[in-house]
Design a binder for this molecule. Structure first.
Ligand code: B4P
Length: 190
C-alpha cells in the first residue's frame, strides 16, 4: 500500500495538492479538516465541540481526530492506499497512526512536507477567507495563532518522521502545477 502523509503549516497547500496526488495514484484522500467541517455543517455534537477549537485557531483534541481516522480506515479496507491531509498534527496522533497502520499490516510510506514562507501563508489564507466563509481564515490574529500552534505542536513531527527516514521536504512556493509535479516525482521515488 502507498500511504502518504501530506504535511505543512496552515495555508501550505495540503488540501490543494492532496487532490492531485489522490488522482495520480488512486488513493483515498482523508482530510481531518474536511471531516471536521462536515461535522460542523451537520451540527453534530462532535461538530459543535470542534467548532470552538477551530474558531480560535487551536487544535481539536487528539482522540477526536484519531477516532475519525480509525473509522475511515475501517470503512476503506480495500483501498490501494491513503493520502492523509492535515493528519497527524501532534506526536500523539503520529504514534496512533503508526498503530492503526500496523493493525492493517501496512505503514506510512513517506511524509511530504511543504515549505512555504510565513507571509505567503498569511496572504493565501486571508485571500481564501474572502470567499470561503471559514471563520479561521478571516482574522489575521487567528491565522497567527494557527501558525504558532503549528510551530509548537506540529513541526516536531519533522523529527519524528526523519528518525524513520520518511521525511521529504518539498518547496511549496510557486505555481500549483509546479508544486504538484515536485510532489508527484517524490511519490514516484518512494
Ligand atoms: P485544515 O482544514 O487542515 O486547514 P489548513 O491547515 O488551513 O489547510 P488547508 O488544507 O485547508 O489549506 P491549504 O494549505 O490547502 O484544518 C483546519 C482546522 O481544523 C485546524 O486549524 C484545526 O483546528 C482542525 N484540525 C484539522 N486537522 C486536525 C488534527 N489532525 N488535529 C487537530 N485539529 C485538527 O491551502 C490554503 C489556501 O492556499 C487555499 O485557498 C489555496 O487555494 C491556496 N493555495 C494553495 N497552493 C497555492 C499556491 N501554490 N499558490 C497560491 N495559492 C495557493
Amino acid at each position: 500500500m502507498l500511504n502518504i502523509v501530506l504535511f505543512g503549516p496552515p495555508g501550505a497547500g495540503k488540501g490543494t495538492q492532496a487532490v492531485f496526488i489522490k488522482d495520480a495514484f488512486g488513493l483515498i484522500h482523508l482530510s481531518t479538516g474536511d471531516l471536521l467541517r462536515s461535522q460542523i455543517a451537520a451540527q453534530t455534537e462532535l461538530g459543535v465541540k470542534a467548532k470552538a477549537f477551530i474558531d480560535r485557531g487551536e487544535l481539536v483534541p487528539d482522540q477526536v481526530v484519531i477516532d475519525m481516522i480509525g473509522n475511515q480506515l475501517a470503512e476503506n479496507k480495500s483501498a490501494k492506499g491513503f493520502i492523509f491531509d492535515g493528519f497527524p498534527r501532534t506526536v500523539e496522533q503520529a504514534k496512533a497512526l503508526d498503530v492503526l497502520m500496523d493493525k492493517n499490516n501496512t505503514a506510512v510510506s513517506g511524509m511530504l512536507a511543504l515549505d512555504v514562507e510565513k507571509q505567503e501563508l498569511i496572504n493565501r489564507l486571508l485571500e481564501r477567507g474572502k470567499t470561503s466563509g471559514r471563520s479561521d481564515d478571516c482574522s489575521e490574529s487567528v491565522i497567527e495563532n494557527r501558525i504558532s500552534v503549528y510551530n509548537e505542536k506540529t513541526a516536531p513531527l519533522i523529527d519524528y518522521y526523519s528518525a524513520q527516514n520518511k521525511y521529504y521536504a518539498i518547496n511549496g512556493m510557486g505555481s500549483i502545477d509546479d508544486i504538484a509535479a515536485r510532489l508527484k516525482d517524490t511519490v514516484e521515488g518512494l
